[in-house]
Design a protein around this ligand. Sequence first.
Ligand code: S3P
Length: 177
Amino acid sequence: MKIKNNNIVLIGFMGVGKGTVARALSKNLKTMNLDCDDLIESSANMKIKDIFSTYGETYFRNLEKTLAKFLASSVRNAIISTGGGFIHAKDIKKIGTTIYLKSSFDAIITRMQNSENSEKKFAKRPLLKDPNKARELFNSRVEMYEKKADITINVENKTPKQIVKEIKKALSLKDKN
Ligand code: S3P
């Protein structure tokens, strides 16, 4: 499969493991990994949760849109891990080939609860604070993830290593030494 701009863009809900998979993939492919939330935090010089509490969600979404434009015009040959709401940025499909890391809501929450730094992982995500609202958000987004995905990988109960293997297979990427 031809990879658009030679960029692999990971999409999916909060806590599904986009960052973990992106790091494993970039190590495996010897490519740079850019994390959208990190890029926004360093550009704004603020943590995501502080951007939300100080300026609100719309302001954050606009930062995501600006970032999507920048990535589409200026970044090549990278792994890009997006925030869960980045699928709403108009230019996302212009950035690269999108891979949807798919999992049920309950499996995501269990994964987060069982992970190291579980508390920190919840604390830094304002939209996960209320479990009922988070589930609603998940349900409202599923269709959009499917729509924006060039490739869908079911990640439930899989290790990063297995997921990397599946992504490479889907993209017909060979191992590099
Ligand atoms: C968000 C997901 C977060 C972060 C922000 C909003 C969302 O990223 O961008 O808290 O709207 O789903 P992760 O998906 O990396 O948690």
